[in-house]
Design a binder for this molecule. Sequence first.
Ligand code: ADP
Ligand code: MG
Length: 696
Amino acid sequence: MKLVSDYFGCMVFNDEVMKQRLAPDVYNTLIRTVEHGRSLNLSVANEVARAMKDWAVELGATHYTHWFQPMTGITAEKHDSFISPGEGGKVIMEFSGKELVRGETDASSFPSGGLRATFEARGYTAWDATSYAFIKDGVLCIPTAFCSYSGEALDKKTPLLRSMEAINRQAMRVLKLFGNEDVASVKTTVGAEQEYFLVDKKTFKQRNDLIFTGRTLFGAKPPKGQEVEGHYYGVIKPRVQAFMKDLDEELWKLGVLAKTEHNEAAPSQHELAPIFASTNIAADHNQLTMEIMQKVAKKHDFVCLLHEKPFAGVNGSGKHNNWSMSTNTGVNLLEPGDTPSENAQFLLFLCSIIKAVDEYQDLLRVSVASAGNDHRLGAHEAPPAVVSIFLGDELNEVLESIEKETPYGVKEKELLRIGVHTLPKFPKDTTDRNRTSPFAFTGNKFEFRMLGSAASISDANTVLNTAVAEILKRFADELENAENFETALHDLIKRVITEHKRIIFNGNGYDEAWLKEAEKRGLLNLRSTPDALPYFIKEKNVRLFTEHKVYTEREMHSRYEILLESYCKLTNIEAHTMVDMAKKEILPAVSAYSQTLCNTLLAKKAVCKHLDNTYETETLNEISDLSAKAYAGVKALENALDGAKNITNVTQLAIWHKDKILSAMSELRAAADALEGIVSAEYWPIPTYGDLLFEI
Ligand code: ADP
Ligand code: MG
């Protein structure tokens, strides 16, 4: 039997391999450059490249690629082989430091939102040495950042790395104030829980909507939905079990710490959670996880659906982003400490997050906005589109007693002075009861639950890191100049609680009453992507990102355009797929079934005396009405699509898609789904929800 410990990370050029294969001085220079974020000199790069290539070739690799994350949200690679002509018509395997450190690529087909002038189609990729290289399908993959020739980010990794630098800078200032002399750096950590659906490959292939858009655009509710919730944490079926085992093994070889696999609330829905890692590695690993999931699913004759809402009326899929901050000495800064000073520090970091989430709630909402996630946020099972924070009763009580200067204490109650008193530890089971909050404190980390299952986690973490960095900066500015540190600290914490308690909500986030209450509190409720995105380029947000050097203003505008464009493109593909399916599959099937009913009716007429209220007549009438509605729906959708052709402004185009195209789509769907309810199963042209959800 092969032991996990023997093959875990066997496809990763990790620290252990580097130590084995690099000369000590080369290894040390590499580690130092990585730690200080400097660029590597060429002779060291050559040594590293040679060692990497030798290692990869021994493991059967023939090619290498710079592996990057363009704005499409998925990863990109361009394979080059190691071969180079050798003597006597032979080849040798070569890989230089230059090839390792920097790659050039034709960027013209990647979204750039106007950043890349047409005459300058080149982009370049630069090695991110903070994330290990790995071998996937015989290809050495080198994690890289992707920029335009003028140095502007065209990807999701670059801003994330910049945001990690920003929060490191500011968190270090705050830590100094508390005398943490041993700490050299702070990193944010993330564990991204990934939800997904598995459907049978044969069934999948019979549905053009799944093939083209990843979600069902038609489909009546099955007799059994997820009402009984028998699936949640249920026994995993053997075929799914085999898939999960294979998936774990593939991920482990790549050094991904896949930890928990279980069934989710909806039938055929599952979740995979890794052990947390430094944020940029967690982002790389989540991309890999999504890719490997889809690949391994195919091997098991499944298709893995990562769409946020593959089925109407059934829970959608999200991605819970567990987030914290940690020092290089291994201290979790969101863990309440054992001493009064540690607790004061904990409360300050906690307050920085509360303030950041309140002031930048718009950006957090934007960071999870996509056409797919719009069907999920605010729907029954997912957090609402309103951002709020859940703290749990104990912590809430602590904050309240600081704000109101009322006594607090487990044993003897007394006034809580920051820096003097110790707080109790907040046990996870009491803090984690609320599953409806978009942003919940879970004992020693926050869980941001609005992310969609298909998205890269980079955007959300870039926002989170930068927003918290900004607040830490303001805190440090204030406290560094304070005459009396303890008094200033106490006042600051009290002020933050008073000013930002509106963002704290410990109740049920699914409740309608909360939406009204949130509105009263002045919290934003940005229901759709076109509603949310314009907030991205508001002046205060441009100031935030440019001041912390995470985005330039140009980069922000380009991103804004790309996001809107992709919203329109996706909606457009969905609309066309619907028209196509309605015209070529659904309406013809309905028509054929009507004919059968007519024939039967005519035959009956020849022999029967009483023909009122027969199944045939009533159904024919109903079908005739509904198919007229469906056909009108097709026409209306086609009109809406035509109308879009005249709109050139991308913001207006997105609003048109939301208001006109999506609503025409739901009208058409309503008629078609009603037809599905009465047309004979034998005639219905596509697999039903029942087939898709309960077949496995
Ligand atoms: P649950 O399943 O109840 O949501 P878990 O304890 O299983 O909670 O944790 C969920 C995720 O949170 C896991 O991926 C875990 O690794 C991650 N996590 C735990 N501690 C931290 C931390 N300090 N920073 C970031 N993520 C963390
Ligand atoms: Mg969770």
